[in-house]
Design a protein around this ligand. Structure first.
Ligand code: NAD
Ligand code: TYD
Length: 351
């Protein structure tokens, strides 16, 4: 068994689906609080799979985490659960401090106590893998080298500050208590099941609905886009052979300004689902910039390639086409997310 936190969210659900498909012999306990970002419908393909145990609960609940570890005796904890949207962190940072910092602390303490009960090979094999972000490194200038694992932490948003704090806790629990941890810091993900509050899914669903495509500021902010399935394979690789206590940056080798992303989404939709009203680019609308908006993120992913042999399989061109096709093929998923009905999905599904 492995214990995954946040496995009903965007990356967590992709990870759990891939894990069950690739590794049928090893089950998953999936602990998720089902915040607005958690959607059990993402896991519909696992209905009837006895190797997937879903637990509706909070990572800040020490007694629950302790009980799950004691009952299922996982060989690893993979920690995805977080409040993850920068814009929400600007409007309401409290939930970010609670889940990202206190929640990580709670997990680390429970994992430490559980790990202390293990012996021999079980103890040696145990891992706590913390999924984090490149945003902890701050913002790059146009000619700066990309973020390496050795870059200083310079978080700028409440979200990235809370993730930076959680990374520091994970590091300290390794250094002080010897907990066998691994940390991954990855760039912006995109792909299936991405909640349409983030750039790429928002542009797709707004375009299809004929709504404005809001581009913050001048649209020249740069992100490095990583297809979510590549991120999942990187996490499996780090779990299998990452060096204890190390951090690994994971990137997609796809640095692009936001406005280029939006134009690519429009061009693909023009090809795959043309609108009678003309090109979707007509909907592009420049809006007020995000406060403290980081200008550029870029990842130097040479360490994970050199040490563990991992590289992304998708180019941006192949990944974005798959992503757009997925949204075109799943209009009901989009509708239920937009209407809020996804929150009742389990009830509807099983009644
Ligand atoms: P998400 O917001 O889509 O999903 C988060 C999940 O965590 C949801 O299912 C939610 O219900 C759950 N959750 C939130 N608070 C919880 C709590 N207190 N207890 C239990 N579950 C809780 O996020 P995501 O995009 O899938 O990101 C997953 C991880 O990857 C996060 O740690 C995030 O910081 C990191 N990350 C994401 C990106 C990205 O581009 N999405 C990039 C870099 C790093
Ligand atoms: P986002 O998907 O929120 O990820 P992050 O802030 O974690 O990088 O945003 C990606 C980029 O797109 C970021 O520079 C902000 C920008 N953006 C827009 O221009 N318009 C939007 O409506 C959104 C959600 C984001």
């Amino acid at each position: 068994m492995i214990l995954v936190t946040g496995g009903a969210g965007f990356i967590g659900s992709n990870f759990v689906l891939d894990w069950r498909a690739a590794q049928m012999s090893e089950g998953v306990v999936n602990l998720d609080a089902l915040t607005y970002a958690g959607n059990r419908e993402n896991l519909a393909a696992l209905q009837g799979d006895a190797g997937h145990v879903f637990v509706h609960g909070n990572i800040c609940d020490h007694a629950l985490v302790e009980q799950l570890l004691a009952t299922h005796r996982p060989r690893a904890v993979l920690h995805f659960a977080a409040e993850s949207h920068v814009d929400r962190s600007i409007h309401g940072p409290g939930a970010f401090m609670k889940t990202n910092i206190e929640g990580t602390f709670t997990l680390l303490e429970a994992a430490r106590a559980y790990w202390a009960t293990l012996n021999g090979p079980e103890k040696d094999a145990f891992r706590f893998l913390h999924v984090s972000t490149d945003e902890v490194y701050g913002s790059l200038g146009p000619n700066d080298p990309p973020f390496a694992e050795t870059n200083p932490y310079e978080p700028n948003s409440p979200y990235s500050a809370s993730k930076a704090a959680s990374d520091h806790l994970v590091r300290a629990w390794c250094h002080t208590y010897g907990l066998p941890v691994l940390t991954t810091n990855c760039s912006n993900n995109y792909g299936p099941f991405h909640f349409p509050e983030k750039l790429i899914p928002l542009m797709i669903v707004n375009a299809l609905a004929g709504k404005p495509l809001p581009v913050y500021g001048d649209g020249q902010q740069v992100r490095d886009w990583l297809y979510v399935k590549d991120h999942c394979s990187a996490i499996r690789t780090v779990l299998a052979s990452g060096r204890l206590g190390e951090t690994y940056n994971v990137g997609g080798l796809n640095e692009k300004p936001n406005i280029e992303i939006v134009h690519t989404v429009c061009a693909l939709l023009d090809e795959l689902r043309p609108s009678a009203a003309g090109s979707y680019t007509r909907l592009i609308t420049f809006v007020k910039d995000r406060p403290g908006h980081d200008r550029r993120y870029a990842i130097d992913a040479r360490k994970i390639e050199r040490e563990l042999g991992w590289r992304p399989a998708e180019t941006f061109e192949s990944g974005i086409r798959k992503t757009i096709q997925w949204y075109l093929d799943h209009p009901e998923w989009v509708l239920r997310v937009q209407s809020g009905a996804y929150r009742d999905w389990v009830q509807q599904q099983y009644q």
